[in-house]
Design a protein around this ligand. Sequence first.
Ligand code: HEM
Length: 224
Amino acid sequence: MFRLIHLFRTSIGRKLIMALSGVVLLLFVVGHLVGNLTIFVAPSVLNSYAHWLQQSVMLWPFRLMMLFFLGLHIVMGATLAYENRQAATQGSACHHWWQRLFYNHHMVWSGIAVLLFLLFHLGHLTLGVGASESFYQVDQQQVLDIYGRVVSGFQIPWITTSYIFFMLLVGLHLNHVVRGLLQTLGFYHENYFGLLRLFSIALSLLLTAGFISIPLTVLFGGLN
Ligand code: HEM
């Protein structure tokens, strides 16, 4: 217990917590993408998958656990960003002004964008804020028509555009999460710096492209 408290007290401990909570959130994002891509298989596949999730006794424990890791990630992120800013103004963290600017702003603003996106996304597809009765319609198997929710949502151009915009920012943040993770876990060595950089960019591009493919396909009439 004392060791755990000590972990919060040291800068490297906070970085570790930040990286590990980032891994949990990253795994969620990968799982969520795989689940969402079933939309391209058939409407019933996505609906059955969503129904299976919603019926699970593990749904709320899982949601609470994710909320805990999200909270941890935000608190550690805010603390580390503050510490970095302090160190940078004293000239000890990064050598160049553009590195300081890029590091602080890029990470903090893309993180805030992910948070804003989550609020927008939950309101839009989970809670149905401002939605009509059709939001609760069921399909032929009498389960919630999540496919219909997604497709009708993305047929509205401003919603689609907002998703695409936010997905790009999510991708930017994921790139940072992966890099931070590799760095904290000690994999970021000079010898294969380029390779790891490439890996984190490729992974975030893959995830971003996967998410963006859904609103784009709907917008161009590929799913209806
Ligand atoms: C085009 C991209 C996306 C689509 C089509 C999509 C689709 C959905 C749908 C349909 C739901 C509601 C599921 C239900 O009520 O059964 C949902 C929930 C959710 N999505 Fe997404 N999503 C996308 C991107 C993302 C991203 C990038 C994140 C994370 C950064 C995310 C995080 C969540 C969370 C946290 C929930 C709530 C899960 C829960 O109810 O426990 N989504 N998403």
